[in-house]
Design a protein around this ligand. Structure first.
Ligand code: IVH
Length: 676
């Protein structure tokens, strides 16, 4: 390139072309060039910008790699509340919906509906001022969400600037667009595979992965997550009159926003129901999770007449797909040993395809579950995946038994170490009692190294297995004695990777106190309680020396936790492992008084809260107690009066009910943040 002007022109041209191809790819789903050609344009632009920083621009498509990290999210107020949808679970309920619409409009014929795939992700509102994306926020409770602007700006499908194609309606000066941000199944699987290798906790389903990715304080992380989005509606639309939802979808598309190309205009109920069946057939082949069809009365003046209830419009409904189920044979039951010695039975299945994923294993939870469901080895069983990673055995098909099925017996000896297995009174689970069981050691080390604990990057499952198998590591302190020379003897290690891992291990020598406490794996002490204990006792020594009475007196610590902490420190093996860590120079940093977080309890004052599923960091009783102390009313069933549903693992029907009623659902992490 000869002079600065040519260069500037080329850079502008590249940016224009990339923006155009983004639009072809994401908005029209109709790319004109191959991925490789696109990458080439992108790299040329990156190279030019890197070589000529004076040409860099915050508007450049290359800027979608992230923005400076935030301390916390701001509140995003929705100018028009983001409502939820009522569900139809079967054809009968769809017909009822249609009849209600007919009745309220006083019209029998000529009711058209738009049919849009109900994307299983999270709702986000985009604010465009004079065609430029200025802010973006999550749905939150429908009135206030979190401002996730930098994160949304990394999503390539979402244009920073709108443009009107010829014949398109003019772009409103003030416009808010509602969209669903989601992750493709394939990208979700890749992400989880990567996380597993890194020893990081897995996301349960693509929806959680999308939500977790969007709610990152560091947008550089979001940028790596390959999020997608489809737009389906507006909140504010200033200076433009449209007649129908279908025109609206087309306008969005013509302004460069991505709209699901599978959306259709249906004339009457018959076509609407046909569309449902058609999409259900396509469902396994779609690259993303769809949990139903959203129908909206097409005419906007009719929508206006039908109006809204408190949480949902009367002019729209979500006709849900049934959960994914399949029949297969349970070939055998294997027993897995976790870090605390708990034995978990896992069903080995004849491979079966469920929603486009081949299932080979499913959890059976524990012995009580197997007995309650009367599941036997050799049974034909129904398995279910509710968009989750871990499929579940729902029930056996008793009518298909031929007498060859066997009842499962929990082994009396640990499958990993042959140690004694016992079932303690009052516990649902069986445990291996051998403290030097390799499966437990591996589990404990994985936990120790994990992100929320000591955060040792690169120390994943496979490497830990090798280290334990070869007798190189027996307890966490041994990690700090490893040398590069030790690691290069392991398969797959070169000098560079060995040096990196040793570096990562050494870097973890001065953990903050909450991470260290969590890393120890004290029973019942999850990351939240670790933070609570750290806050109260300030130093590791103080906590270790404290009495049961002082522990129970601490806010947020119940008698079970206090007992567990005392028992942990009184155990001789634990004491030795801790001594070894301290001796080798691992030094948890004491908490400074100013690090103690502020009281956020006002958030809970007067709210009605329902718990569902199993929380990882505390028991249900503890959660109830803490919520009550924070001023909330904890109720056992979901109703229109519920403000928040807190969702743990394996949430039950309360979650569905909450979703149906449009009640805000909070995951455990958010819950802990709001308690902290
Ligand atoms: S319309 C007033 N359309 O479903 C209408 N929602 O249960 C409100 N969703 O929060 C939503 N695809 O996250 C609408 N084509 C679509 C949708 C859709 C997915 C989600 C969205 C919303 C939830 C409502």
């Amino acid at each position: 390139m000869s002079n600065g002007q040519d260069l500037r022109k080329r850079v502008e041209e590249l940016r224009e072309r990339i923006r155009y191809h983004n639009y072809r790819y994401y908005a029209l789903d109709d790319p004109e060039i191959s991925d490789a050609e696109y990458d080439e344009l992108f790299r040329e632009l990156q190279a030019l910008e890197a070589a000529h920083p004076e040409l860099a621009s915050p508007d450049s498509p290359t800027a979608r790699v992230g923005f400076p990290p935030l301390e916390a999210f701001d509140v995003f107020e929705h100018p028009v509340p983001m409502l939820s949808l009522e569900n139809a679970m079967n054809e009968g309920e769809m017909i009822e919906f249609h009849q209600r619409v007919q009745r309220m409009l006083g019209v029998v014929e000529g009711i058209d509906y738009t049919a849009e795939p109900k994307m299983d992700g999270l709702a986000v509102e985009l604010l465009y001022e004079n065609g430029r994306l200025s802010r973006a926020g999550t749905r939150g409770d429908g009135y206030r969400g979190e401002d996730v602007t930098p994160n949304v700006k990394t999503i390539r499908a979402i244009p920073w600037t709108l443009f009107a194609l010829p014949n398109a309606p003019p772009i409103p000066s003030l416009l808010t667009v509602r969209c669903e941000v989601f992750m493709n199944r394939k990208d979700f699987q890749d992400l989880n595979r990567h996380r597993e290798a890194q020893g990081e906790p897995l996301f349960a389903n693509p929806r959680n992965a999308a939500a977790g990715s969007l709610r990152q304080l560091d947008s550089a992380i979001t940028a790596q997550r390959r999020l997608k989005a489809y737009c389906y509606g507006v909140g504010v639309l200033e200076g433009l009159r449209l007649e129908t939802q279908w025109d609206l979808l087309n306008a969005l598309k013509q302004w460069g926003l991505p709209v699901n190309p599978l959306s259709r205009l249906c004339h009457g109920l018959r076509q609407a129901l046909d569309y449902y069946r058609e999409l259900e057939r396509k469902r396994p082949e779609l690259p993303y999770e769809v949990d139903g069809v959203v129908y909206k009365v097409n005419r906007l003046d009719w929508q206006h007449i039908l109006g809204e209830k408190t949480r949902s419009p009367r002019w729209a409904i979500a006709y849900k797909f049934p959960a994914h189920v399949a029949e297969t044979r349970l070939v055998d039951i294997q027993v897995q040993v976790g870090r605390t010695g708990v034995l978990t039975p896992v069903a080995l299945l004849e491979p079966v395809s469920l929603a486009g994923v081949v299932i080979r294993r499913a959890t059976l939870h524990n012995m009580d579950e197997i007995e309650r469901k009367d599941i036997r080895i050799g049974d034909h069983v129904i398995v279910r995946r509710a968009g989750d990673v871990i499929p579940e055995v729902v029930r056996p098909l008793e009518e298909k038994r031929n007498g060859s099925e066997r009842r499962f017996v929990m082994p009396a000896r640990c499958p990993a170490c042959q140690g004694t297995v016992v079932r303690l009174s009052g516990e649902a689970v069986h445990r291996c009692m051998n403290r030097s069981c390799p499966a437990q050691i591996e589990g404990a080390l994985r936990h120790f190294a994990s992100r929320e604990a000591m955060n040792i990057e690169g120390l994943g499952k496979k490497i830990i297995h090798l280290l334990v198998e070869r007798g190189m590591v027996h307890q966490p302190a041994d990690l700090y004695r490893l040398t590069e020379a030790d690691l290069v003897t392991l398969p797959g290690f070169a000098e560079k990777s060995a040096a990196n891992l040793i570096g990562a291990i050494q870097k973890s020598r001065e953990p903050d106190l909450p991470s260290f406490l969590y890393a120890l794996g004290i029973p019942l002490v999850g990351s939240h309680l670790a933070a609570v204990l750290a806050e109260r006792f300030k130093s590791f020594e103080a906590l270790r020396a404290t009495s049961y009475e002082d522990l129970v007196a601490a806010e947020g610590v119940g008698n079970k936790v206090a007992e567990s902490v005392r028992r942990y420190f009184e155990n001789e093996d634990n004491e030795k492992a801790i001594q070894a860590l301290l001796k080798i120079g691992v030094q948890p940093k004491a908490l400074m008084p100013e690090m103690v977080s502020q009281d956020m309890h006002d958030f809970w004052q007067g709210k009605t809260v329902v718990l569902t599923g199993t929380l990882k960091s505390m028991t249900r009783d503890e959660a109830t107690e803490r919520l009550r102390r924070a001023g909330a009313r904890v109720s056992s069933s979901v109703s229109g009066k519920t403000d928040v549903v807190i969702m743990g693992e394996n949430p039950g029907s309360k979650l569905q009910k909450a979703q149906a009623l449009g009640v805000a659902v909070m995951d455990e992490k958010t819950f802990l943040r709001h308690l902290a």
